[in-house]
Design a protein around this ligand. Structure first.
Ligand code: ASP
Ligand code: MG
Length: 412
């Protein structure tokens, strides 16, 4: 009874809930876990396409994303799914009960369309599990202190699943349409392999790449609460999908130095020249960017060749460039002797790995490989678990392939 390793939350995304046939198949995966003597809870997304359909419907009556009533419309998709899954589980001969967020409750605050989970009462979940009834929780939503429904942002059912798992001290299997996370995008590198086990930090970096398998906030939540996640495919027979296990970094014994190559297209670089290093001008620029809601990614600051001034370079997403330029322009017009330049047509390639910490040779390989392929590096930035380089967009796929091979990721 106290063996929490037996507890498992299964989350099914939109494609795994894509109509009666897929729901029945997902239910059979739940049934197989119950036969394995696991105590289970289920969290579900809306049927694929349903949230978009509901959003369009609300929009036709003037309800935009981020409005309170729109949120109530959107929340309905997951509520229908929860009840459908409970029906499918009953047909498997199991006991099940659909649970809506106000019944638990799942408490949230923050704006409609982007709420965050602040608390979850596990009592009803625990009572169900104890009585052998499978709780099927509607994902993507919670109740505010004013007693209104609010949704958690697109892809938010992952966050509900992580929160339910934390509340039950369970592990969490996230079922989707791909069998885990790959060493890079298989559309660019056909030799890309499934990663068996990575840390939450690495997952955060790899999830930012291309196909979003997990909502970023759910991984941050799981990391904070130490919840083990597994990304699995519901398009295989029960028990077949091995997927990718996402665990605390401390639990990874033999580390690959590099576990994947991630990328991001549509990047731009801004360069601010001639800043006074002792005046807090750089901080002013970043607070102006924050006010304009521009996400700044890589940042490099270097002393200019002549005199005491410093140059500041940073990257932003292409879609934020206009806003970034106008807020930086306004800001530096107050500082004499400064100027601003920018470059578009860039992309970012990142080498990700928990074993990267303090390994200068990894950075050296990155420089060597890119130089060997005549790919100019526009900017480099490092964090605990990644080294990123800004390159010309036309050369991105070439860079991804070269680095994937250089770090031996195509070999098992
Ligand atoms: N149904 C919501 C969406 O499409 C939430 C989710 O699926 O996680 O974003
Ligand atoms: Mg999703």
């Amino acid at each position: 009874m106290t063996d929490t390793s037996k507890r498992l939350v299964l989350k099914f995304g939109g494609t795994s809930m894509g109509g009666p046939v897929r729901i029945a198949h997902s239910a059979s995966i739940v049934a197989a876990e119950v036969r394995n003597a696991r105590q289970v809870a289920v969290v579900v997304s809306a049927i694929s396409g349903e949230t978009d359909r509901l959003l369009t419907l609300a929009g036709e009556l003037g309800g935009g994303l981020g409005e309170v009533e729109t949120d109530t419309v959107l929340a309905a998709g997951e509520q229908v799914s929860a009840a459908l899954m409970a029906l499918a589980l009953k047909r498997e001969g199991l006991k099940a009960r659909a649970l809506l967020s106000w019944q638990l409750p799942i408490e949230v605050d923050g704006p409609p369309g982007g709420a965050r989970i602040t608390g979850i009462n596990p009592a009803l979940l625990q009572a169900c599990v104890r009585e052998g009834v499978i709780p099927v929780v509607a994902g993507y939503q919670g109740v505010t202190s004013e007693g209104r429904l609010a949704t958690l942002g697109r892809g938010g059912t992952d966050l509900t699943a992580a929160a339910v798992a934390a509340a039950l001290k369970a592990e969490c299997d996230i079922y989707t349409d791909v069998d885990g996370v790959f060493t890079t995008d298989p559309r660019i590198v056909p030799e890309a392999r499934r990663v068996a086990r990575i840390s939450h930090e690495e997952m955060l970096e790899l999830a930012a790449m291309g196909a979003k398998v997990l909502q970023t906030r759910s991984v941050e939540y799981a990391k904070a609460k130490g919840v083990v996640l597994r990304v699995k495919s519901s398009f295989l027979d029960p028990g077949v999908s091995e997927g990718t296990e996402v665990v605390p970094a401390a639990d990874i014994a033999e580390r690959r130095v590099v576990s994947g190559v991630a990328y991001a297209r549509d990047q731009a670089r801004l360069s601010v020249y001639g800043l006074d290093p002792d005046s807090g001008q750089a901080a002013d620029i970043f607070s102006a960017l924050a006010d304009a809601e521009v996400g700044v990614d890589m940042i490099v600051q270097a002393r200019a060749r002549s005199g005491e001034a410093v140059n500041l370079e940073f990257s932003v997403e292409r879609k934020d460039l206009k806003r970034a330029l106008s807020s930086v322009e306004t800001e530096i017009s107050r500082f004499s002797g400064t100027s601003l330049a920018h470059e578009t047509g860039l992309a970012k390639v990142s080498v990700v790995g928990t074993g990267l910490r303090g390994r200068a040779d990894v950075a050296r390989t990155l420089y060597d490989v890119l130089r060997g392929h005549e790919i100019a590096v526009r900017m480099v930035a490092t964090s605990e678990v990644k080294i990123s380089a800004l390159v010309e967009a036309d050369l991105l796929e070439h860079a991804v392939r070269a680095l994937h091979a250089a770090y031996g990721l195509d070999q098992a």
